[in-house]
Write a protein that binds this ligand. Structure first.
Ligand SMILES: [Zn+2]
Ligand SMILES: [Zn+2]
Length: 282
């Protein structure tokens, strides 16, 4: 039996598996991209994924990182890579060292400190771009971007040998194309993320929307989270094809969240939206 009953969502050829409840645990993995956003308590199903992208140091998002590294070592898998905001690296190293002393075995792993505005290569064509979020402590979000080369339209009718000939002459026949596949926002208060085109146009958006009830606006403000009123406003400015909502509160039953969501979004946006935690196998 796996440790967690995770939610499953499939979008074209990409799977999204995860568990995300505010204050309890958040972990969202995309196995085909070999990426996991936040790590929660390190469910069994994500241990084999090579790249962990942590958004911030809150325990419900980051608790399992040392266990993840240790389990990989135990199972004979190469050390994993954990990306996290730069300032988290020193305390993370202390935790890993302390576990090494408690356990009697060194815990191997690669830690990469990330900065908003920078980009990190995951696979030959796959890059992770880091952007700032607003959550009261060091926090970031991540966009996964595929970089391709596209043939310029003026050459589209040419044959293979003709293109080779042009290339030989030093003519630039293609141009770089960026395709934002998925954006994971992590914990944040409202920010106008539509100002960043790669977020606005990301095919998939995975975002927190923690609170739904009218009298929970104060809670959203205090915890630096989004309330549905703000989230609806944000969605109006974004163009994502698929929207997955994570980090829902335990204070409101899922059925009520679904009802409020339907009332708060335009039918056009609502039809693109799914609640992560409503997609668990019973
Ligand atoms: Zn959280
Ligand atoms: Zn948090």
């Amino acid at each position: 039996m796996p440790s967690h009953n995770l939610a499953h969502i499939k979008i074209d050829d990409l799977e999204i598996i995860g568990y995300s409840v505010a204050g309890e645990e958040t972990v969202v993995a995309m196995p085909q991209l070999d990426i996991c956003f936040d790590i929660g308590k390190a469910p069994d199903q994500i241990i084999s994924i090579n790249n962990m992208l942590l958004t911030h140091g809150h325990m419900d998002h980051a608790a399992g990182f040392a266990y993840y590294l240790s389990q990989r070592n135990f199972c004979g898998i190469a050390p994993g890579t954990i990306y996290a905001p730069q300032n988290l690296l020193a305390p993370m190293r202390e935790i890993i060292d302390a576990w090494g002393r408690l356990d009697g075995n060194k815990v191997p792993g690669n830690l990469v400190g990330v900065k908003a505005g920078e980009e990190y290569q995951i696979k030959p064509n796959l890059f992770v771009r880091v952007f700032p979020t607003k959550h009261g402590i060091d926090s970031v979000g991540y966009s996964v971007i595929e970089k391709r080369k596209k043939l310029k339209t003026e050459y589209s009718s040419l044959t293979g040998p003709q293109l080779v000939e042009l290339k030989k002459q030093g003519i630039q026949i293609d141009y770089p194309l960026e395709v934002p596949i998925v954006t994971y926002i992590g914990d944040t208060q409202y920010v106008d993320f539509s100002q960043l085109n790669y977020i606005k146009e990301s095919k998939i958006l995975i975002a927190e929307c923690t609170f739904y009830e009218t009298d929970h606006t104060g809670r959203a403000e205090a915890g630096k989270h989004m309330h549905i009123n703000e989230f609806a406003q944000l969605l109006d400015k974004l163009q994502n094809k698929h929207i997955i909502i994570a980090h829902t509160t335990q204070r409101t039953p899922m059925r009520q969240i679904q009802k409020i969501l339907k009332e708060s979004l335009s039918p056009e946006k609502y039809n693109r939206t799914t609640l992560l935690m409503a997609n668990r196998q019973r």
